[in-house]
Design a protein around this ligand. Structure first.
Ligand code: 3EB
Length: 299
């Protein structure tokens, strides 16, 4: 269960959730996330979106199930829809985005679907400097359900993007990772009016600088990913720094090969603070040499 803003009474979000089990099925750990929003008195559906909101935050979902569409067209379409939703609901800031893209590694070279997705996303965002200046925390992983499935959190007041000193800013990756730069921040810190700050940690992999570390070694990749999460928490300052991974509410692991689940459970048992809830879901990841990726929310 993840609550935004954290603390106080909250209700399960009554919007139409993504079909999470069909997108990236759970392999182990706690049930897939049940989002809760404090007093979600604004609810609705528009242009394919389903949303629930209160005065500070809006959770919205959109599924495009056109299986054979070019991933650049899919990304352009959903990001244009996202700009329209932002206008219609009056939540100008993008805090966190989850994207689930089918056949994410299909296609060779610059035609790989993840790279095409980055192209469509960047084309739309380039016309909106305010969004490029304050990029959201993001996840992009594979989907077993055809198409592009998106969930996002929009806010009334701006989040603060954060970068990881162990990693090159994704927006500055060298050309070899694709012609269009990935538009996301490594984390986004949100100061909620009247509630505790939260840190939304993007999909985080075994990447140091811009290079994949430990190809072929899922245990080492998971440890490196957790080291990247720990560094982000240190970089975020008070109240997250100096507390290891204990400020995490929940950790999600995306695992490429379900056969690696025992290794994942062993590493998590060794590295996570006792009692920290986690979920492991099966998904392909945006670089072919990545075997595992994690994301988290800290309060
Ligand atoms: C990486 O660090 C791994 O394109 O929005 C993680 C999170 C990754 C978000 C994105 C990509 C994205 O480059 C992949």
């Amino acid at each position: 269960m993840w609550s935004v803003p954290a603390g106080g009474d909250s209700e399960p979000v009554p919007h139409r959730p993504l079909p999470e089990e069909r997108i990236a099925p759970r392999l182990a750990g706690h049930p897939v996330i049940d989002w809760r929003i404090a007093d979600p008195h604004i609810k609705g559906e528009t242009a394919g979106w389903s949303y629930a909101a209160n005065e500070s935050v809006c959770l919205a979902t959109l599924s495009i199930t056109t299986p054979d569409a070019n991933a650049a067209d899919l990304a352009r379409h959903v990001y244009r829809q996202l700009l329209d939703l932002r206008e219609a609901l009056g939540f100008p800031h993008l805090l966190r985005v989850w994207h689930y893209l089918s056949d994410i590694n299909a296609g060779e070279g610059d035609a790989e679907r993840y790279k095409r997705f980055c192209q469509g996303r960047l084309e739309v965002l380039q016309d909106h400097p305010s969004l490029l200046d304050r990029m959201p925390a993001a996840t992009v992983v594979g989907s077993q359900l055809p198409g592009l499935h998106l969930q996002c959190l929009l806010t009334r007041t701006p989040p603060q993007p954060l970068e990881n000193p162990r990693q090159v800013r994704a927006y500055e990756y060298p050309r070899r990772y694709g012609p269009s730069r990935p538009a996301f921040a490594r984390a986004a810190r949100m100061a909620w009016p009247g509630a505790a700050d939260q840190l939304f940690i993007s999909g985080t992999a075994s990447i140091l600088g811009h290079e994949t570390r430990h190809p072929g070694d899922v245990a080492a990749q998971l440890s490196e990913s957790l080291a990247n999460v720990a560094t982000l928490l240190e970089t975020a300052g008070e109240p997250f720094a100096g507390r290891g991974l204990t400020t995490l509410e929940h950790l999600i692991v995306y695992l490429r090969d379900p056969g690696d689940i025992d290794t994942v459970e062993t590493v998590l048992a060794d590295r996570l603070p006792p009692g920290l809830a986690w979920t492991c879901r099966q998904a392909e990841l945006c670089r072919r040499d990545l075997l595992v990726e994690v994301e988290a929310l800290a309060t």
